[in-house]
Write a protein that binds this ligand. Structure first.
Ligand SMILES: [Ca+2]
Length: 441
């Protein structure tokens, strides 16, 4: 069905007002719709100029939506030509460069459509999806974080860093030729980071806030994830991270899930291109075609993307994205006995497991999440497993800089320990539990 329709039954009022995060529609316009076919700029109406600035032809039916008031604005998600899409050529290996295709610009065709108050976003998306000029259109699903404070923790330091032992990090570090990931940058798209934490000082390469709220990490989640990857080792304080690399801290997840801002999230993902070698996504949600396009661009640019399986095994075990993308490394959580944590989602798309129960890491030094334990605390989640693997990927790239994302993921899985009888294709354990000693051998 690609015919334009004027059936205004589409525009019936929704009984339930959509949440703030649901007031926009994301659409991908077809390339042929982006070239204006007539009229100079001065001859165009204000609406036509607005859609043209979004990279859409003024001839497009999208212009009519602006003119009849169904749509408040149409803007490109990415400011093409700005730093957002800068070329990462200097960071790419030959193989990664050769693998780059026309697909690289797919995400440049995404537009954000702000819906007028009396229009139903879901109905508008369905209407747009039927237009010839539009490849897809949808109300973006929210992205939620996959880690939570272990509420009962009374003595967090007692739990220590058992995860480092489980992934054989000490053995890996003791091996001849071991190289810390000091030249590597791991991007953390998350709730922000407490950049003043004494164990994260000097670790953050760049901090960018994509939201309109304060840059502070009010959730604590991003601060916890960052500490697992790169808390300073040997400074006489708290804990140490797995890889000794730098963090590209990108705040794109709000304090309140209802405030989720999909375009801001996409911008944060694409910002990673040319700035980091690994992207940690301790988050997920329902399938989102724009996220898939943006992440394919990121991966085509040579970035290894590691994502959490999700913590809802006991609540129906849903398939979470972006972990379910084939090109993304999907990580589940194990406990100290190398058993799958009860909350850790399963599925055919799982790549491997890493420690994710009672993981001690950095937390904000200020008040966060109501009454969160300050400075250090032990948390549970596939969110905590994922950064163990992201940091291991950075160690592997420090040793072998030319590897492509696909090669890195293959090596992570082929070197994993087949705990609990894990074998290739296991929906519970994937290839098994991360083993840094075998990974870096
Ligand atoms: Ca430390």
């Amino acid at each position: 069905m690609a015919r334009h329709t004027n059936d205004y039954k589409l525009w019936q009022h929704d009984p339930a007002a959509p949440k703030k995060a649901e007031r926009i529609v994301i659409a991908k316009v077809r390339p042929e719709a982006t070239a204006p076919r007539r009229a100079s700029a001065s001859a165009l109406s204000a609406s036509a100029r607005a859609v043209r600035s979004a990279g859409v032809s003024p001839d497009s039916p999208l212009t009519r939506l602006l003119e009849n008031g169904r749509v408040a604005s149409i803007t490109p998600v990415f400011d093409v030509g700005s730093g957002d899409g800068r070329q990462p050529a200097s960071m790419l290996s030959g193989a990664a460069r050769a693998g780059r295709s026309a697909r690289r610009t797919e995400s440049a065709r995404l537009v954000e459509i702000r819906v007028s108050r009396d229009t139903s976003p879901a109905q508008l998306a369905a209407h747009l999806a039927r237009m010839n000029d539009v490849e897809y259109a949808f109300v973006p699903p929210v992205r939620k974080l996959f880690g939570r404070r272990a509420r009962a923790s009374v003595d967090p330091l007692a739990s220590r860093l058992w995860g480092h032992g489980a992934i054989r990090l000490g053995h890996a570090r003791a091996a001849r030729g071991f190289k810390n990931a000091t030249g590597m940058t791991v991007a953390v798209v998350d709730s922000g980071i407490d950049s003043r934490h004494p164990d994260l000082k000097g670790v953050i390469a760049e901090y960018k806030n994509f939201l309109r709220e304060s840059k502070k990490d009010f959730v604590g989640h991003g601060t916890h994830v960052a500490g697992i990857i790169a808390a300073t080792a040997g400074n006489g304080l708290g804990i140490s991270g797995v890889c000794g690399g730098k963090i590209l801290a990108l705040k794109a997840l709000p304090r309140d899930e209802d405030e989720f801002d999909a375009p801001a999230y996409y911008r944060a993902l694409r910002y990673v291109i040319g700035r980091a070698q690994v992207l940690n996504l301790s988050l997920g949600g329902e399938k989102d075609p724009a996220e898939i396009d943006v992440l394919r661009d990121v991966i085509d640019a040579g970035v290894v993307v590691i994502a959490a399986m999700g913590n809802e095994f006991e609540e129906g075990n849903p398939t979470e994205y972006p972990a379910a993308m084939r090109e993304v490394c999907a990580v589940g959580a194990t406990d100290e006995l190398d058993k799958r944590a009860g909350f850790s989602n399963t599925g055919r798309h799982i790549d491997l497991m890493a420690p994710g129960v009672g993981i001690l890491s950095t937390t904000p030094t200020f008040r966060y999440d109501g009454d969160g334990e300050r400075e250090y605390d032990a948390w549970d989640g596939t969110s905590m497993a994922t950064p163990h693997v992201a940091a291991a990927a950075a160690l592997l790239l420090a040793k072998s800089p030319g590897m492509t994302p696909a090669q890195v993921i293959k090596k992570l899985t082929s070197s994993a320990d087949r705990v609990a009888g894990a074998k290739k294709g296991s929906a519970s354990y994937g290839a098994g539990r991360l083993n840094c000693q075998k990974l870096l051998r």
